[in-house]
Design a protein around this ligand. Structure first.
Ligand code: NAD
Length: 448
């Protein structure tokens, strides 16, 4: 049995992957490779990761084109983010292993970090290579071995990654790929007794299932799940900058980004002005062929995702939100959705509470700062967020009140070394940087 992979811009089949019937051999291969890999010196593991990083860099254009073909990200985004980030993440782990990594001392104890063992990495389709490398690089750096199940929607970049891992000379069994649907292949991996840690990125519903399956063997789990992040614009902010950056953040990767600021919170006195700015900014997001450099919004990754987003647009209208921009024309072929901006959105309504995962921005009024914080914290999620103010100190004070894993103040840029992850329905555990590395370790205290 095999699974067809579609180009979402052309709706054509561009490849297929096997449906793995039994994940056992991959888990066994990872187990067999664990001892020798974890026994390597940090310098040797760093050299392997550097070799892989260099191969990714050498093949960056090819990988970007493949990711664009399998999930529709505009080529410019694919090159810069989808491939650029994994290269940066591999570099960060090479640096970490090459640096000091001093062992902690507490009184008469030395605190040692051992590898956890065999890691099952289950990843989504929206940043297929990045989500994989965000697990693979720290897991391997810490001495673990990995069995990876990519999304059935966009698995082709993982096949290419497997070739590059081999070409980089990593030992057999250190990285193992299984392809298939979430259920049964992903579920078999999550519930496998030979797996020591499941690192999952995907939807909240699947994350719950994975955690329940892993619980049977008390397997450790880390979950990077969905989000409904708020962009809080305080009244003294530079409105033009806050809206421009906010719309860009919401629409990055055609709105298929877990950290997207999909709720724009504005003081009621500035609502109409901000709606006009948002409509102007959103209108500049040209929809079209993702391989065209002028395109800013490619198709969504699948027909199911397009239909889901369109159903939320209908839901927003039914719930009384005002459509400030939307229903624009899109190419006849391909899973496209033109930019949508809703104004006067009720913070309790579905489009303000649930993850849509498309180019849909909801603008919400607040009365005062406490109201803004209450609304920002008023969803089950807590992944990212943003605060804008003329006073950095003031924005920082509000940022501290947000219940979320990350907050950007006045457009503070993405930091690939900062801990990344969420709370509540956005999951638990952290990726990237030293926190991401530690996620793949087990703490041992040795008393002297
Ligand atoms: P998804 O949950 O449908 O699938 C993610 C992965 O889990 C896929 O490989 C899938 O096959 C597998 N899966 C599904 N059901 C499973 C099950 N029962 N057991 C084991 N594995 C299973 O998510 P998606 O649609 O591929 O990706 C979009 C979602 O991912 C969004 O909710 C988005 O917010 C989230 N996401 C989160 C982050 C983060 O870091 N927090 C990053 C990217 C995407």
């Amino acid at each position: 049995m095999s699974i067809d992979v579609y180009n979402p811009a052309t709706e054509e089949v561009i490849g297929s992957v096997p449906e793995t019937a039994d994940v056992g051999p991959a888990v066994a291969a990872a187990r067999a490779a664990l001892g020798p890999w974890s026994a390597l010196s940090r310098a040797d593991r760093a050299a392997h990761l550097a070799a892989l990083r260099d191969l990714l860099a050498a093949h960056a254009d090819e990988l970007a084109a493949l990711i664009t073909a399998e999930m529709g990200a505009p080529l410019t985004v694919a090159r810069k983010v989808q491939v650029g980030l994994p290269i940066a993440v591999l570099s960060s782990m090479v640096d970490l292993l090459s640096g000091d990594l001093p062992e902690e001392r507490i009184g008469n104890s030395v605190i040692v970090r051992d590898p956890v063992g065999v890691v099952a990495a289950i990843t989504p389709w929206n940043y297929p290579l990045h989500q994989t490398v965000a697990k693979l690089a720290p897991a391997l750096a810490a001495g673990n071995t990995v069995v990876h199940k990519p999304s059935e929607v966009a698995p082709l970049s993982a096949l290419r990654l497997r070739d590059l891992v081999r070409e980089a000379g990593l030992p057999d069994g250190v990285y193992n790929l299984v392809t298939g649907y979430g259920d049964p292949t992903g579920a078999a991996l999550a519930g496998h007794p030979g797996v020591d840690l499941v690192s999952f990125t995907g939807s909240t519903g699947a994350g719950r299932t994975v955690a329940a399956l892993a619980a049977k063997h008390l397997t450790r789990v880390s979950l990077e799940l969905g989000g409904k992040s708020a962009n809080v614009i305080l009244p003294d902010a530079d409105l033009a900058a806050a809206v421009k950056v906010g719309v860009g953040n919401c629409f990055l990767n055609s709105g298929q980004t877990c950290t997207a600021w999909t709720r724009l919170l504005v003081h009621e006195s500035q609502h109409d002005e901000v709606v006009a700015l948002a409509v102007a900014a959103a209108s500049r997001y040209t929809v079209g062929d993702p391989t065209d450099p002028a395109t800013r919004l490619g198709p969504l990754a699948s027909a199911a995702q397009r239909d889901r987003v369109l159903s939320y647009v209908s839901r927003g209208l039914a719930d009384g939100a005002k459509l400030a921009l939307g229903n624009g024309s899109v190419p006849d072929v391909g899973y496209y959705v033109a930019p949508v901006v809703f104004a006067d959105v009720d913070p309790a309504s579905a489009i303000a509470q649930e993850e849509i995962f498309g180019p849909v921005l909801s603008i919400i009024r607040y009365r005062d700062e406490d109201d803004a914080v209450r609304i920002a914290n008023g969803t089950p999620y807590g992944l990212a967020g943003s605060v804008w103010s003329g006073s950095q100190e003031h924005a920082l004070a509000v940022a501290r009140r947000l219940r979320t894993g990350q907050v950007d103040v006045n457009g503070g840029s993405f930091n690939p070394l900062a801990p990344f992850g969420g709370i509540g329905d956005s999951g638990y555990g952290r990726e990237l940087g030293v926190h991401g590395y530690e996620e793949f370790t087990s703490v041992k205290a040795i008393q002297l």
